[in-house]
Structures are given as C-alpha cells and as structure tokens.
Write a protein that binds this ligand. Structure first.
Ligand code: ADP
Length: 490
C-alpha cells in the first residue's frame, strides 16, 4: 500500500512531543510490513538538521494558493533515520516556518492551514496518488476538507483519509478568514454547524472538527481515551461531533519504537541490560548520579520526564518532588515548558533545591539525557490530568522503570497496579491512583516506595513484568493497516 503521512512533527528531526514519535514509529512499522510510506512536513528553521540525511531540493517552483494570490514554495527531500520525508519550504514574506519555534506564534492556524494547502498542491503537482493519506491533529485538519472539496476535482480521485486525534486540547479554533485563505470560498457552507463551525464559539471555525467531519476514519491514541472523548468532558467540546461520527471512530493504542528505545543496545546508556538480566540498570543508576551530582546512597530514584504543562499535573509533579525528598528518595526532573509562568516557577524551584544532593531539575529538552534517566531511575511519576496515550510510561517500562501514574487516558490501558487490579501477578507493572490531588499521588508513591524498601524482590518482579510487555508498534501497525484496508474498500 502507498501511504502519505501529512504531519506537523516527525521524530527526531522535528519533535515537540509524542506525536513526533508516533509519526516516525508508525511509518517505520508500516514500511517494515512492506508498504511504501512518505511523510510531508513543514520545513522549520528550528529542526534538528543533523538528523536529516541527504537533504536536497526536489521540487523547485511550487505555487501554493493563498487568498487570491499564490505563494512561492519549494520542496526538499531527505531521510530522517530511513524515513522518506518531504519538507515544504515557503518563500513568502510571512516566513511561515522560519519562526525559531515549532508552535506558539499568534498565527499558528494560518501557518498550518497554509501547510495543508501546500502539502496537497505538492501531491497534485508531483502526481502522487496514495491509497491512503494519514493526517495528524488540528494542524492537518484542513487536509481532508481540501481533498474532498477541491483536489478531488483537480485529479486526486478516490482519496482516502485516516485522521488521528493525538490531543483534543488543541483544536485550531480560528476566525472564518482561514477558509478564504485556504481557498474554501463558500464560507457560509463550511460555517455550518455540521461542518466546521466551532461547537462553543459561534463566530469561529474549528480545524480539528473539519478533520473529523471529512475524514473516512478517525482514530485516537488509546481505547480508553476514545471512550473518555465520547462520554466525558475530555473532548473539550468536540464530544458531540465525535458522537455524530462514531461509526468511523476508534482508539488504537500508540506504540514505541522498540529498536530506538532498547536497553540492550541503546547507544546513550553505558550499561546494557534486559528483562532476563536486568543488573546493568544499576550501573546506569550510578552513572546517572555521577552525571547529575547526586549522592550515592541506598535510595530509589524517582523521575519525571515530559512537558511541564497543566495537562501533566504540574502541581502534583512539584508535590512529588518534596514527597520523595521527605521519604528517603532522590528525584530527577527533565522537562521544559513554553508557558513562561510555569517555566519561571520551576527555575525558582531549581534554585531552591540546587544544593540538595538528592535532587536534580534539568530544565530544557534533552533527548540523550532522557535515555540515561529512563535507564537509571527506579520509578517515574506521571500524574496527568488527562493523557491521550502517553509514551513516557511505555518507554519507562521498557527500561524497567516502574510507572506511578494517574488512572486516565492511555495510562489506564498500559499500567496495571501492583495490588489493585484484575490482572494476574505477572501482568502487574506499576502503581495507579485515581484522584487528581496530593492525597492521590501520595497514596501511590507511598506504596511504591514502601515496596522498594521493604520487598525489593517484589519490586524487581514489577520491573521485569514491565519490561516484558510488548508496547512496540507491532500490534498498532497491524491495526492501522486493517483500518486503511477498510477505508480503501468503502
Ligand atoms: P506528550 O506528547 O503529551 O508531550 P508523551 O508521553 O506522549 O507526551 O510523549 C513525550 C515524549 O517526549 C517522550 O518520548 C519523552 O521522552 C519526550 N520528552 C518530553 N519532554 C522531554 C524533555 N524535556 N527532554 C527529552 N525528551 C522529552
């Protein structure tokens, strides 16, 4: 099958969060299974160009419709660790992708609406007729709309679109001018409640809603999050739309790349280990302590790796740091936040704890260090308010680091409590709490720390149980291929 992914991120060249890992990992799995996969991305100035091989201009003069004129673009091609990627480079005075950041500019909806139009224009001009186009998140929500209402009539016949919702918190809600920008000039038609009008703001269009309405199939990143979207307020207002389209909606659990995240061969960690022979983990623990100047005591290391965002439960992460330090543990945090308030809060905390030999806060994005922390820590906390899938718990488990998580979204599908679960003993792999408050996280940390000190053998079993789970792309890859086949036949 020939599949084109249109996405705002692809790891490791353009990565902000889990979406990037998914685009890379799923594409790789589909290729391993004999499919032809291409990825179309914006050509950001802030990408990790050292992860793109053989980058060269492949299409020189691409003229992309923009309001009633055309914008000059070119398209580059390069391999991102073996994946075939096309990068849209715009030469307009808007500099859509040369902003020094991936997201966070005032005109993000305009930037990505332009990207959608450019991606389709490129496919049309270069004669690409994939069996399936797979789009991701609000940034690409306009792709199916443009495909079915514009490009189908220009020669892209029988298009099929699978659209994946990675996080419903961000939907691309924007004024109706976006429709005219993209060339959808019959604005009244698109502004209809059944199409793109935002469910809350009667004066705005919702790009993600467009993606949901127009795609042939919609997935989200875990079965439990799929249920939460439909039956709780996790949908941020899109629940009704998903309900209306629930006959083409399902949850597919994300995977992680088992070659990239592999403690047996990981080039970023000095000691290699496996579930059958996990002792190398303790060597990494020593190296991690040396690197971050933590003292070497008989204590567990608890870690947090991830964005510092309201979604991730920042006040509970902060609480976990002090709870750990007061209960004979060490704490390592690796995180960054685009929110200046949260950022400065954690910088202050870092200064406050600077001299503490049991704690290290690393504020910033550091892929290499993340591997060593996954490998050297004993536990990882993930107290999210909501978590569509969550990759950190799966990566942590792969490295034998026991997750302590809140029972939400994909965390519910992947972490099974050491004591309170219907799972048999060898399937238990972590600690789970329900309430999004201090007492909630304390209850789980208390049990986890108690187990580490009092029953080290049991704790080690949890570790190896976690390592034996298969959260690779194997099953999800098969699942997505079934979905592609299904929509092709319709
Ligand atoms: P989200 O997509 O909500 O950010 P996920 O758990 O799905 O969260 O994915 C997070 C991914 O980003 C993981 O691969 C994690 O290791 C990585 N990551 C997050 N923050 C950092 C950081 N500061 N440094 C290195 N890697 C990070």
């Amino acid at each position: 099958m020939y599949i084109v992914m249109i996405a705002p991120e692809c790891a490791p060249a353009a990565k902000v969060g889990g979406l990037a890992d998914v685009v890379f990992g799923l594409s790789r799995e589909l290729e391993i299974r004999g499919n032809d996969v291409e990825i179309i991305l914006p050509m950001y100035d802030c990408m990790r160009y050292d992860h793109i091989y053989g980058l060269q201009e492949t299409y020189r003069d691409l003229w992309v419709p923009y309001y009633d004129r055309k914008v000059h673009c070119s398209v580059y091609f390069g391999f991102v660790h073996g994946r075939k990627c096309f990068f849209i480079n715009d030469h307009s005075d808007k500099n859509f992708f040369n902003r020094g950041v991936f997201y966070g500019d005032h005109d993000d909806p305009e930037r990505f609406a332009f990207f959608c139009r450019a991606a389709l224009e490129f496919m049309l001009m270069s004669n690409k007729h994939p069996d399936v186009i797979h789009c991701h998140d609000w940034q690409t929500g306009l792709v199916p709309v443009l495909l079915f209402d514009v490009y189908k009539y220009l020669g892209m016949t029988h298009p099929r679109v699978c659209y994946t919702l990675h996080n419903l918190k961000h939907q691309g809600v924007v004024g109706e001018h976006i429709l005219r920008q993209a060339g959808l000039n019959d604005t009244g038609y698109y502004y209809h409640h059944d199409r793109m009008r935002d469910n809350f703001n009667a004066f705005a269009v919702n790009l993600m809603k467009g993606g949901i309405v127009y795609s042939n199939f919609i997935t989200t990143v875990s079965p439990n999050y799929a249920g939460e979207i439909k039956y709780s307020d996790e949908s941020f207002g899109l629940g009704h739309t998903v309900h209306v389209h629930s006959n083409k909606f399902g949850g597919v659990l994300n995977g992680i790349d088992y070659d990239f995240w592999n403690p047996e061969i990981d080039g970023y960690i000095p000691y290699h280990y496996s579930a059958d022979n996990p002792d190398g983990k303790y060597g990494n623990k020593d190296v991690l302590r040396d690197r971050l100047l933590l003292r070497k005591d008989y204590k567990p290391i608890i870690a947090y790796i991830g964005r510092l965002d309201h979604q991730k439960g920042v006040h509970l992460i902060r609480h976990a740091i002090f709870y750990a330090l007061n209960n004979n543990c060490q704490f390592i945090l690796l995180g960054s936040s685009p929110d200046p308030e949260i950022n400065s809060h954690f910088w202050n905390l870092k200064h406050e704890l600077n001299d503490n030999p049991d704690c290290h806060l690393e504020l910033g994005y550091n892929e290499e260090l993340s591997h060593l922390i996954y490998a050297g820590s004993d536990m990882i906390v993930i107290p999210s308010l909501f978590e569509p899938c969550g990759l950190t718990q799966m990566i942590a488990m792969r490295y034998g680091t026991v997750p302590v998580v809140r029972d939400t979204g994909g965390l519910h599908d992947t972490v099974f409590d050491a004591e309170y679960t219907y799972k048999s003993y060898h399937e238990r792999n972590g600690y789970v709490f329900t309430n999004f408050d201090y007492a909630g996280i304390e209850s789980a940390l208390h049990r986890a720390i108690g187990m580490w000190y009092s029953y080290p053998q049991h704790f080690r079993e949890l570790m190896t149980n976690a390592m034996r789970y298969d959260y690779s792309w194997n099953h999800p890859g098969e699942h997505y291929l079934n979905i592609y086949e299904y929509i092709r036949e319709k």
